[in-house]
Design a protein around this ligand. Structure first.
Ligand SMILES: [Fe+2]
Ligand SMILES: [Fe+2]
Length: 163
């Protein structure tokens, strides 16, 4: 019979998933900042790069609370989302629609992160890991703020330019 698995196992597994994803995002954001035409969008990507470094550090703190080594586990979802972003950068290079495409790609990343951090925060609460829940909630609110900022940039500027 298969060994029983519980919420602790799911929590650790999902922590490894988002740790891997954040590290991939760290490698991708500079490319998106470089590609962005709008100075505000560029600055937004650069700011989120700094925040993402903090997200990685917070995850490392959560691993430490669990007494586990910080280790990622390949996340096919984020690889797919990043791959789609790369296609947009290539296919819309030099066009007026590029920035709108970059925003849409970035929002797909943020929504993936929001889904993961929302789940992890709730699981941490259920498991009585209140300090971990606080760290995860902090990151969640930064992902949400980034998503909102991207929506604002899209409607204020980027979509009009692309239309
Ligand atoms: Fe993040
Ligand atoms: Fe993010």
């Amino acid at each position: 019979m298969a060994q029983d698995k519980t919420l602790d196992d799911l929590f650790l597994d999902t922590l490894k998933d988002i740790y891997y994803a954040e590290k991939q995002i760290l490698k991708t954001l500079p490319k998106m900042a470089k590609a962005a035409q709008s100075p505000q969008l560029k600055a937004g990507f650069e700011q989120h790069q700094d925040e993402t470094e903090t997200h990685v550090e917070r995850l490392e703190q959560v691993f430490e609370m669990l007494g586990k080594p910080a280790r990622g586990k390949t996340c096919d979802a984020i690889l797919g989302i990043i791959e789609e972003g790369k296609s947009i950068m290539e296919e819309f290079k030099g066009t007026s629609a590029l920035d709108a495409g970059l925003v849409s790609a970035a929002q797909a990343v943020e929504h993936y992160e929001m889904a993961r951090y929302g789940t992890l925060r709730t699981w941490a609460q259920q498991l009585g890991m209140n300090d971990a829940a606080k760290l995860l909630a902090q990151t969640l609110s930064e992902e949400e703020a980034t998503d909102k900022k991207l929506s604002g940039l899209a409607t204020a500027e980027v979509n009009k330019k692309a239309a």
